[in-house]
Ligand binder design. Structure first.
Ligand SMILES: *[C@@H]1O[C@H](CO)[C@@H](O)[C@H](O)[C@H]1NC(C)=O
Ligand SMILES: [Zn+2]
Length: 260
């Protein structure tokens, strides 16, 4: 999406408001300026007693295992998915797993298309990484994500501005299980035990749905430890008291455009 085409209507609105400063025009200018504001960057939950367990880098093989474990305790997870990283989002099993999670009320958010370092990209390349996965999610689920987690947690002002224009908030985390940085399963479990014992008001976790041990070994431990301390497992949107999606609609039928 070229930057100029976005800015021209904004300039037009500004010119209008200067010439005819009606209340309507002022309201329009206010809305446009708000839309251009850099995205909010969120690194913790706000609703007390909530845990938002988040899983990055899918869709891959273990999505349903996460969904089913959380469903069993009346909880929800959040998935920050890529378009083409460990797998292609349009593969029928991957798309099916996303739909499975979405249909059960788990949150599907953007982790951008190909897990690139966004800070090294141009304005147009950043939007390209963002819209491809948004398009895929709107086709597969009918929902357009309100949240994006930048790969590696890396963002600059351009990334924030692009996400802001796309009506998304950036989401980081305040607890990292260490699954993507070489922590052993036992040390990941210990981190969760210590976290539960330190009893913070809220938790916004980072882990990755692409490791079998994260899903089959660490997650059951995390759930039992945190559950014992009385936390509820909710989506990122619910731990902030906001909406998961910018808009929702019917999922689309697969066609020949569904490819990576
Ligand atoms: C922006 O997203 C919010 C949900 O986060 C939604 O309520 C609102 O309608 C969206 N605005 C636009 C212009 O899409
Ligand atoms: Zn990632």
């Amino acid at each position: 999406m070229p930057r100029l085409s976005l800015l021209l209507p904004l300039l037009f609105v500004s010119a209008l408001t200067t010439a005819y400063a009606t209340p309507e025009a002022k309201a329009a200018e206010y809305v446009e300026l708000e839309a251009r504001a850099p995205a909010q960057v969120i690194s913790r939950c706000t609703v007390p007693n909530t845990v938002a367990l988040t899983f990055d880098d899918g869709p891959y093989l273990y999505t349903r295992g996460i969904v089913d474990q959380l469903e069993a305790v009346g909880g929800k997870a959040t998935f920050f998915v890529n378009g083409n990283n460990w797998g292609c989002i349009y593969d029928s099993d991957k798309a099916g797993n996303i739909k499975y999670a979405y249909d059960r009320g788990h949150q599907i958010a953007s982790h951008t298309w190909a897990h690139r370092h966004l800070n090294s990209l141009t304005w147009d390349q950043i939007h390209d990484e963002m819209w491809r996965v948004e398009l895929a999610l709107s086709r597969i689920t009918g929902g357009v994500p309100a949240f994006m987690r930048p790969p590696y947690g890396e963002y600059n002002n351009l990334v924030r501005e692009a996400a802001g224009i796309r009506n998304q908030s950036l989401v980081l985390w305040d607890f990292d299980s260490g699954d993507s940085t070489g922590s052993s399963v036992s040390s990941q479990k210990t981190k969760y035990t210590n976290l539960a014992n330190s009893r913070p008001s809220t938790i916004l976790s980072l882990q990755h749905e692409v490791y079998q041990s994260t899903v089959n070994e660490v997650l059951p431990h995390a759930i039992s430890q945190l559950r014992a301390k009385g936390y509820t497992f909710v989506t990122v949107a619910d731990c902030l008291g906001t909406r998961k999606y910018q808009r929702t609609g019917p999922a689309q039928a697969r066609d020949s455009n569904w490819h990576c």
